[in-house]
Design a protein around this ligand. Structure first.
Ligand SMILES: Nc1ncnc2c1ncn2[C@@H]1O[C@H](COP(=O)(O)OP(=O)(O)OP(=O)(O)O)[C@@H](O)[C@H]1O
Ligand SMILES: [Mg+2]
Length: 229
């Protein structure tokens, strides 16, 4: 198994003095799905934002062998597809289709291929009907699905989904599980939804106050920590 992401001793303090990450070690291997669990404010989002250099603290992170540094940002962002916790941070173009096309175009795909990828991804998340809509007119769950399509359209090697089930109705959640199960990519799922994590992940990492408090098999971590989420 090859290691896709290796993070060691990652520390990060926000400008207001909050120590959000206090020495985090993490590893993701090819083909695996890992759940990041932990209470509100434990550092999960802060940590995943480090994986593509959106935040930069101290410590060492490599993605596909590349240190997360400015000169590698473009290459790393082509490998890691991130769906943000807040969809409004992700969708910024006037129409759903333009938003989904933006990523693959940005990676250098010719227009017709980018369009084909975008349409297929929108189809996969059940949002093909909305191609002409303005993203800011969509419901929260629809926005989330379009944000996911934008990432899938880039065919990244690693998927990072921060609270992907928030705002999704139960049938859409089940559909998402089915879709993610079929995708070959390694995945990091940040979630408070234990059933969702158990349906997809083999391992879990439990964050607490900026540290990894426990890690292990998903069922084991879920049993030990379920009550604290
Ligand atoms: N921009 C910011 N400025 C200052 N502090 C921040 C900022 N963003 C997050 N924090 C703080 O950093 C800590 C970790 O936040 P983070 O968003 O990483 O938590 P989380 O585990 O993702 O929580 P949740 O489950 O609520 O999404 C929290 O104490 C939070 O208040
Ligand atoms: Mg978060």
């Amino acid at each position: 198994m090859s290691v896709l992401i290796q993070a060691s001793d990652v520390r990060y303090r926000y400008d207001d003095g909050t120590l959000a990450l206090d020495g985090v070690d993490f590893q993701l291997e090819e083909g695996e799905t890992v759940a990041l669990l932990g209470p509100n404010g434990s550092g999960k989002t802060t940590f995943v934002l480090h994986l593509t250099g959106l935040l930069q603290g101290s410590g060492e992170i490599t993605v596909c062998g590349m240190p997360v540094r400015k000169e590698n940002f473009a290459a790393i962002r082509a490998k890691v597809g991130m769906v943000f916790q807040d969809s409004d941070e992700q969708l910024f173009l006037p129409s759903v289709l333009e938003d989904a096309v933006f990523g693959p175009r940005n990676l250098g795909l010719p227009a017709d291929q980018a369009l084909a990828h975008a349409r297929q991804a929108l189809e996969q998340v059940g949002m093909a009907w909305a191609v002409a809509k303005a993203p800011y007119h969509l419901s929260a769950g629809e926005k989330r699905r379009v944000a996911l399509a934008g990432v899938l359209a880039m065919s990244p090697q690693i998927l990072v989904l921060d609270e992907p089930t928030t705002y999704l109705d139960p049938p859409t959640q089940r559909e998402l599980i089915r879709l993610l199960k079929e995708l070959p990519q390694a995945k990091i799922l940040v979630t408070h939804d234990i059933a969702f994590a158990q349906a997809l992940a083999s391992r879990a990492v439990f964050f607490e106050r900026g540290k990894v408090a426990a890690l292990g098999a998903i069922d084991e971590i879920a049993r030990r920590y379920d009550w604290r989420l």
